[in-house]
Design a protein around this ligand. Structure first.
Ligand code: C2O
Ligand code: CU
Ligand code: CU
Length: 491
């Protein structure tokens, strides 16, 4: 019998801390939500023939609105969790896997013990209780495992789900809702002749699949009416970077990024989505005749394999189809694209405590990708990784790792930031320019792609919770092999 270890943490309510006023959630009339979530290894009927061994999240509501948890029909992915700003959320996680695990709420600003740091990983058979109040604004977030060295294989095996937050600001806008508001988790995998997922760690490129899954389904077709849709795209892939475009070349209309709605809609020829990133699209199918078929495809990205072979096609950056849209029903549309969405107050560089000396993080390579030459250390926080609560800082990541280069999606836990500057070394400009038009730097971000030779500066206000959090590459192989570090928010 396995030993059960119940770790219970209580009292993380916002009231326990003196929060700055900007961080106080708007009070919600609804009660809290409590769920049970179990990570379980099981077999799943994915394709005709042998069932596929997957790891999956099984959820149930134990307190609050039963509709706040929604299983995607016929999918092995975790249930979509719907929360509201100001709401309190409790989750009792049970590890029924064969390995240790812990869940992280990607993009959510939570107390350190609710963040899913790998030091809190659970042994098989044990449980963990998360409890936090939702500080984030409305937006598309997601959850996935975060055990040290095992995040890649566990996400690949099926452990991921969407977490959608709503608030009154968002509700005051007439955006598509209900069945016209759809989260789409994009992932690539390889499958063998026995229908099993083939995971192969790769220190350079990461685990790249040859088939794209959307919401856990192959050859995904979204059947739509002649209406406007809000599509919330989440790149839940281990390593693949997508440059998304419609097959008929209709521009992408972006309304949201990692941290929620942007201030006004932004039309782009394509949208770049690196692992961990999210983007929300306003998509108008009302002018397509019933019977129209459209493809969401990923276009070529250059330069992701500098100094190494890059593996077999389709490599990272090669064109690949993501999903199909089938316009199946005539319906009348009443919505119109709002010219203003939600205001974003821009940080000012001169307000940063280190405005003229950004905190510098170099992506380096020494057999594997590292940050400032150092691998992950469960407990250590270097002097340059200590920040002060409620201060605005300027951070800079540089992807200039010598002769071995690829794209790295850099992610900070808990903090939404604002990109203020990108630059690229001249010899990498042409490759970088294959994605430039698809960056969504105008919105709140928690994950940003750095192409080879690229340097990114952003402003981030740390807080409100002091504690030790992570920053890392969201190429999960890079992360698992050590491209991850702690940072500490000091009170
Ligand atoms: Cu989605 Cu630490 O990551
Ligand atoms: Cu995260
Ligand atoms: Cu990386």
């Amino acid at each position: 019998m396995s030993r059960r270890r119940f770790l219970r943490y209580a009292g993380f309510g916002a009231g326990a801390l003196a929060l700055p006023s900007w961080a106080l959630p708007k009070l919600s009339k609804r009660g809290g939500l409590k769920i049970n979530l179990a990570a379980t290894r099981t077999s799943f009927p994915l394709l005709p023939g042998p069932e596929t061994l997957v790891d999956r999240f099984i959820g149930e509501v134990t307190e609050g609105d039963p509709a706040a948890l929604e299983q995607i029909p016929g999918s092995f992915l975790g249930p979509t969790i719907r929360l509201r700003t100001g709401q309190s959320f409790g989750c009792h996680l049970t590890n029924n896997l064969v390995d240790r695990t812990i869940v992280h709420w990607h993009g959510m600003n939570v107390p350190e013990l609710a963040d899913g740091h790998p030091r809190n990983a659970l042994q098989p058979g044990s449980s963990y209780y998360y409890n936090y109040s939702v500080l984030n604004r409305a937006g598309t977030y997601w959850y996935h495992p975060h055990p040290d060295m095992l995040t890649g294989p566990q996400v690949y095996a099926g452990l991921a789900g969407a977490l959608l937050v709503t608030d009154t600001e968002e509700e005051s806008l007439a955006l598509p809702s209900g069945e016209y508001d759809i989260p789409l988790i994009i992932q690539d995998r390889k499958i063998d002749s026995q229908n099993q997922f083939i995971y192969g760690q790769n220190p350079f490129m990461g685990t790249i699949g040859n088939r794209v899954f959307v919401n856990g389904k192959l050859d995904y077709v979204l059947s739509v009416a002649t209406r406007i849709y809000r599509l919330r795209l989440i790149n839940g892939s281990n390593a693949r970077i997508y440059k998304l475009a419609w097959s008929d070349r209709t521009p992408m209309c972006v309304i949201g990024t990692d941290g929620g709605l942007i201030d006004k809609p932004s039309q782009k020829p394509c949208v770049v989505l690196a692992p961990g990133e999210r983007v929300e699209l306003w998509v108008d199918f009302s002018h397509y005749p019933v019977g129209t078929q459209l493809t969401l495809r990923s276009l070529r990205i250059d330069g992701l394999q500098v100094g190494f072979g890059g593996g077999t096609a389709p490599r990272n950056g090669d064109p690949i189809d993501v999903m199909r849209i089938s316009v199946d029903r005539q319906e009348n549309e009443s919505l119109a694209l709002p010219s203003q969405l939600t205001p974003i107050t821009r940080y000012k560089l001169e307000d940063a405590v280190n405005a003229y000396s950004p905190r510098a993080f170099a992506i380096t390579f020494d057999g594997m990708f590292l940050l400032n030459g150092a691998p992950f250390d469960m407990n250590y926080v270097a002097p340059n990784e200590n920040v002060t609560n409620d201060t605005l800082e300027c951070w800079e990541f540089a992807n200039e790792s010598g002769t071995i280069l690829t794209g790295h999606p850099m992610h900070l836990h808990g903090q939404q930031f604002q990109v203020i500057k990108r630059s690229v070394l001249p010899q990498f400009r042409a490759a970088r320019d294959t994605v430039r038009a698809g960056y969504t730097d105008e919105g709140w971000k928690d994950t940003i792609l750095l192409m080879p030779g690229e340097r990114v500066r952003f402003l981030v206000r740390f807080g409100p919770y002091p504690g030790t959090y992570l920053y890392h590459c969201h190429n999960l192989d890079h992360e698992d092999m050590g491209m991850m570090r702690n940072f500490r928010i000091n009170p």
